[in-house]
Ligand binder design. Structure first.
Ligand code: G3P
Length: 215
């Protein structure tokens, strides 16, 4: 499973990318708004930092306007994947953008049927939102399993991005369920590397080293 960073914060993106484990970035209008910077400037800077796909979302809801926005975004960099919410007008847009060679990520996916439709329209990625399913007392992991097995069974090239990841267990469960990618907030990435036994182990090694004749 590949790891993307779910962030529009340039400092976080620089730091996470320097770890050598990030192969893409996803953003959304809420993440961009938190940054209080020019939209295009943020996106172009992410493109400079990261080698890999960068998902950037449209805010229009009609096919025509979505396509217009998508064409503009795609003209900024070949790394840009255009994120569209999974509604009928977006399916039409995905189909047309696919023919134009513009990559798409169908977002706000909450059912396997939505993923099947996005895949059939030609979306390169589908983004099921795990955390938001938990928020309504449901379990998103079987959904990822269904999507991964259906898309795999029919050899559809659409990749599943487990999104709205809220904690480290989501990452493990998404990997076990067959997600191609997990897009992870920086906070969760930091939680993933931490283990108390690692810290205790490092301190013990250093203490022992100091006690010996090497110090
Ligand atoms: O990638 C989608 C993600 O940003 C949504 O996360 O935590 O707002 O549900 P959240």
């Amino acid at each position: 499973m590949e790891i993307y960073l779910d962030s529009a914060n340039l400092e976080e993106i620089k730091e996470a990318y320097s770890w050598g484990v990030i192969s893409g970035v996803t953003t959304n209008p809420s993440l961009i708004s938190q940054e209080n910077r020019d939209f295009k400037e943020i996106v172009l800077n992410i493109c400079k930092i990261v080698e890999g796909f960068i998902s950037v979302e449209v805010i229009s809801l009609s096919t025509r306007e979505m396509i217009k926005e998508a064409e503009e975004l795609a003209s900024w960099s070949s790394k840009i994947v255009v994120k569209v919410p999974i509604i009928p007008s977006a399916l039409k847009a995905i189909k047309i953008l696919n023919k134009q060679g513009i990559k798409t990520n169908a977002t706000l996916i909450f059912s396997a049927n939505q993923a099947i439709l996005a895949a059939r329209a030609g979306a390169n990625f589908v983004s099921p939102f795990l955390g938001r399913i938990d928020d309504i007392s449901w379990d998103g992991i079987p959904l990822i399993k269904d999507m991964a097995s259906i898309l795999g069974y029919y050899k559809l090239p659409t990749q599943v991005i487990a999104a709205s990841i809220r904690h480290p267990l989501h990452v493990i469960e998404a990997a076990k369920a067959g997600a191609n990618i997990a897009t992870i907030p920086f906070r969760v990435l930091n939680q993933m590397i931490k283990h108390p036994l690692t810290e205790i182990g490092i301190n013990k090694f250093l203490e022992d080293w100091k006690k010996s004749s090497h110090s």
